[in-house]
Design a protein around this ligand. Sequence first.
Ligand SMILES: *[C@@H]1O[C@H](CO)[C@@H](O)[C@H](O)[C@H]1NC(C)=O
Ligand SMILES: *[C@@H]1O[C@H](CO)[C@@H](O)[C@H](O)[C@H]1NC(C)=O
Length: 315
Amino acid sequence: MAGSGRLLSRAGWVLLIGRLWTRRMSTTMDPTKPLVAVCQMTSTSDKEKNFSVCSGLIQEATSRNASMVFLPEAFDYIGGNTEETLHLAETLEGDIIQRYSSLARSCNIWLSLGGFHEKGPKWETDRRIFNSHVVLDSTGHIVSIYRKTHLFDVDLQSGVSLKESEFTIPGSRLVPPVNTPAGKVGLGVCYDLRFPELATALTQEGAELLTYPSAFTVTTGLAHWEVLLRARAIENQCYVVAAAQTGSHNPRRTSYGHAMVVDPWGLVIAQCQDGTGLCYAEINLPYLGSVRRDMPVQRHRRTDLYGQVTMKSSG
Ligand SMILES: *[C@@H]1O[C@H](CO)[C@@H](O)[C@H](O)[C@H]1NC(C)=O
Ligand SMILES: *[C@@H]1O[C@H](CO)[C@@H](O)[C@H](O)[C@H]1NC(C)=O
């Protein structure tokens, strides 16, 4: 181009240096763009080992100044069979949550514990559990618990067969988005991702991030994982944060992986590599605001034609 070789004017230099400075700030510490860390791991039935891997990942995220770490569904363990899965379950007062609580406090970091095997209220008689997504603040307190509402009862011809409802109690309510240093986080778990009403209801309640900690099977993951995550992000103009299990847990169960973060425009802005690890993304809420302002789809809803999707408050 004709003018491209010309020296910059003085004002041009000031502008350029200003831009570079802003860019530098945004990659180090910009309080308006909090950093989230998303975990990918391979849980087995060895809770001790799994905790040590997760705590290593949380410490790594802490040293990168992330404000919140997201762990996948079944971060605590994946049992080899139903009996083992039930045998290892705990209550919210048990050892596992206690340990994560002290870790949150010592690292001064928020944690999304994306799917904990929680003993149900009548455990002694019925031996049934909840699949509970627990959020801890940076002082280690439980600020929210969402119990997975859509259970994975699937029998595919490809060989995937899981009947979660045989030993899991479906949660009875959605929970309001949680105010965190990364924004307002709406809680889901894995299979919930397939139900757009849940995402819409949480967005109506103010969610800016939707979370789907998961352990997707390889078959369904290959076909549906990324497209569902991006669809929820685009429809709701939200960040979507999806921690994931990956690889072989036992001879009978393997997960798809591909933990990722999608931005409100539908772009995959972070994704884990193969195996255990983390990926990071900046949450840019002013950007989310501009996407919603430019294309106000929430206001364009024709609730007169198909009704309103809202969060029922009780239950
Ligand atoms: C627990 O999870 C970690 C993280 O993926 C994995 O490396 C480890 O092998 C698992 N536990 C055991 C007993 O192997
Ligand atoms: C984390 O924050 C500290 C204190 O503000 C800063 O000195 C350090 O460079 C930051 N580390 C990274 C990886 O951004």
